[in-house]
Write a protein that binds this ligand. Sequence first.
Ligand code: AMP
Ligand code: ZN
Ligand code: FE
Ligand code: FE
Length: 272
Amino acid sequence: MWADLHMHSTYSDGVLTPPELLAQIVKAGITVFSLTDHDTLKGLGEMESLARKNGLVFIPGVELSTQMEGHQVHVLGYGIRQDDAVLASRLTQIRDARRIRLEQIREKLRELGMNVKVPVPPEGCRSIGRPHVAGALVAQGFVDSIEEAFERYIGEGKPAYVPQPKLTPGEALELIHQAGGLAVMAHPEEIKSRELASRLLRTLLFDGLEVFHPSIRKNSLDEYWLALARELHLKITGGSDFHGLGDRFPGRLEEWRVKRESVQDFLTVFGF
Ligand code: AMP
Ligand code: ZN
Ligand code: FE
Ligand code: FE
């Protein structure tokens, strides 16, 4: 029995639509899953009904990007009320700010002699970010790879870099909690500071920790985060962070699955 509590669709930066994603989930033998698109709840209704039709357990989710002391801290919200007005309006604000920032990045690239067209998806569908700009730079032949786009132009400190104001982890927790959800720290190893990650886990009201994630490959790392989750009585979660892309994350769902029993205490909170 496989679970996967962290996945992205075309509603954010994944490449598969919910029905395409569902087909992969079924093929991989996953029976419990969550859709956790960045900064949007828009795909959840569709995914929920697809899951129901296929007899799968579905927990609605969202992934919020936050920043603390120069580190990126991603917070997953599970079981949020999808009609929560406060969360919805905050997410709309975040997406709008990203569209404005996209134009600022494009302006800087124009000044550098590159007129880059970035396909903007329909309103409310996804939060547009630097990965989209990088993709457009590659597609239009200005660079050879996503990595080069960041290295030369849009990475921090590079000539077309525009920062994106982000929530703090505390704000994200409050948004999720007021919408009735559980807040889980995503891929703690990717924060790139164990000290900060464990300090946040100790001082903020996190409900869970994503112990199982492709960024945590070695057993020794599993053990570190597992021990911390146990010490702090955090629910243990896990997921592939599947985007349908071949590079940074698993390219196919079968490559990286979580045993349902590993996240059972978390599932029990939702009555599964
Ligand atoms: P944004 O929130 O729009 O600033 O974009 C941040 C995202 O860009 C991160 O979540 C990564 O997925 C991606 N990213 C950041 N740096 C790099 C890099 N050097 N190479 C590839 N992707 C990157
Ligand atoms: Zn993503
Ligand atoms: Fe993330
Ligand atoms: Fe993610």
